[in-house]
Design a binder for this molecule. Sequence first.
Ligand code: DGL
Length: 260
Amino acid sequence: MIGIFDSGIGGMTVAHAVEQLLPGYSLVYYGDIARTPYGPKSPKTITDYSIRNTEFLLEKGAELIIVACNTASSVATQALREHFQVPIIEVVTPAANRAIETSRNRRVGVIGTKATVKSGIYHKTITAERPEFKVYSEACPLLVPLVEEDWLNKRETKMILRRYLHPLKDKQIDTLVLGCTHYPLLKKLIQARIGKKVTLIDSSIETAKHVKHFLLSNPNLVSRKDQEQVSHCYYVSDCTETATKVAQRIFSRPMELILA
Ligand code: DGL
């Protein structure tokens, strides 16, 4: 079984991509809605929460963990790998690699939470591979609460996005990493604001592709199931009407969120 966690519902964009790319695998998800957002919190707190979330998923039978949260991936991956035996897959490296492959002018923008941007993880990962790349990052702390509130198409959201993306518009980037798993829900607005010439990199899709590749190379790590035995369970630490609504929007089907 594949275990996936996020601070809230954003990681469901990863879970959705995993469901589609890996239909033969059961999946258990944990969204820590009660403690969201993680972005403004300290690395220690984010790491403690990530350890607790992983323990929960392992109790439910997870054999591999996807940290479907850029914030937790940025600051807690190493601690998770030290603490647990199972493979820990994070979302930053797949997105950074795709940005390297995509950018022609070697100027990449990254938007994410405060903790992700402060960690400098995208800059480090991209320039470790390709030192000639320029990476420009902007923290967008108001976007996660807007997504969690389902304010996806409001005038205020567009205004806030305009403000956040403004500094990147001057940097002649040709690639923009959506460095937070909540942001794919704002993809259309972000694309409209940053312009058609900039390619958006969705960390959720890139991570699902990476997991598929990983499982093809390690076929015995996670048990496969017949189609009728596959289960997808979505647990949350707080169950709100809005969360259910956003989940349904992500999966385009009725969703039952289980309070854990
Ligand atoms: N989806 C998380 C991320 O990718 C959300 C961060 C938060 O809770 O602030 O960074």
